[in-house]
Design a protein around this ligand. Structure first.
Ligand code: TRP
Length: 352
């Protein structure tokens, strides 16, 4: 791993079971990048998970299970550096240092904080935990994650774009004040696919309870797909395009989800054939649902098999977490030490 290689970093919160939105929005990009000669850091943001905690939750368990699913999807913890955020506690130190030059006003405009603030104004009893210092500081911790490994590129979805920009702003401010210490990433989001939910709503998400999961067995897949709302008959599409990005938005929302999934999972001719049927009208939703469910189950089968492989047990996961923490720690510590030095408190004598 030389300094010249492009450094890519992305994090994902330990939300439990991974769904198709995670896969097509993030994981498949991670898989592609893993095959380039870039140095890829992917981590589970378990510190960030604590911003929504109301009581003790099994974050550690969720982290291990998620990593097991990552591996089952084909992420190779020895090609990509996959680690746990909290195994790099110096991230918290960098976050503290960066916090010293971050305006509260800037943070109050952060989407995550602002949304929760608004919700609480509307209904003070709506959330279990208060507006915390940690939640306000969410973007600072995220900046620390990014800057600590000196990332060049941070592939994130639309919802994280603002946080990424804040990280760049914080780094620029640091450099302006203390010298060119921090490496500012290219502020480029990946053109992430936002997968709609199975209920037809705009986004598939765990809290929306509308997900198709990578570990769903065939029966669950079929039940979930059958329940996708398709009461509206096909209406003329007013476009000749076959591009899913164009046609899907013109369909009733539940139907659009089915076509989106088909376009991702099935051979193109199958997708085109069903699109043709849509254009002709008629009753074919039953057959469409069966097809989507079958392709999804086929997609899940090898992931489920690999997930259940005893070789991918907790010991295997903990072992690569340990190894990867060892790989990323020197890189991270160097950044923190440079920042300490630049700000004037000097190196940590204990660490030296
Ligand atoms: N905030 C991101 C999310 O909620 C997760 C995350 C934390 C992250 N730190 C990061 C993503 C650094 C990219 C880079 O999805």
């Amino acid at each position: 791993m030389t300094d010249k290689k492009e450094v890519i970093l992305s994090g994902i919160r330990p939300t439990g079971r991974l769904h198709y939105g995670n896969y097509f929005g993030a994981i498949r990009h991670f898989l592609r990048l893993q095959e380039t000669d870039a140095c890829c850091y992917y981590f589970i943001a378990d510190y960030h998970a604590l911003t929504t905690i109301t009581e003790r939750q099994e974050i550690y368990r969720a982290t291990l299970d998620m990593l097991r699913t990552y591996v089952a999807c084909g992420l190779d913890p020895y090609k990509s550096v996959i680690y746990r955020q909290s195994d790099l506690p110096c991230t918290a130190e960098l976050s503290l240092l960066l916090g010293m030059l971050t305006n509260i006003g800037h943070l109050e405009r952060g989407t995550t904080y602002k949304d929760k603030f608004t919700r609480l104004q509307e209904d003070p009893k709506s959330e279990g935990n208060p507006l915390s210092y940690g939640l306000l500081g969410y973007p600072v911790l995220m900046a620390a994650d990014i800057l600590i490994v000196r990332a060049d590129l941070v592939p994130v979805g639309d919802d994280q774009r603002q946080h990424l920009e804040m990280a760049c702003d914080i780094a620029a401010k640091f450099n302006h004040r203390f010298g060119e210490v921090l490496h500012i990433p290219r502020p480029l989001g990946r053109d992430a696919l936002r997968l709609p939910g199975l209920d037809g709503s705009e986004k598939m998400g765990k809290s929306e309870n509308n997900t198709l999961d990578l570990l769903d067995p065939p029966k669950t897949v079929l039940d979930k797909i059958k329940a996708v709302p398709t009461t509206t008959e096909p209406a003329p599409l007013d476009t000749d395009s076959n591009d899913p990005d164009i046609v899907i938005g013109k369909m009733p929302s539940g139907v659009g989800v089915l076509y989106r999934l088909l376009s991702l999972l099935a051979p193109e001719e199958v997708y085109l054939d069903y699109l043709d049927q849509y254009r002709k009208g008629g009753k074919f939703y039953g057959s469409l649902k069966k097809a989507v469910a079958e392709y999804a189950s086929q997609f899940n089968a090898p992931i489920i098999e690999s997930y259940n492989d005893p070789a991918h047990n907790d010991d295997f996961i903990k072992e690569f977490l340990r190894e990867n923490a060892k790989r990323v720690t020197p890189v991270a510590l160097e950044t923190v030490e440079r920042c300490r030095e630049a700000m004037g408190i000097g190196h940590s004598l204990y660490r030296a």
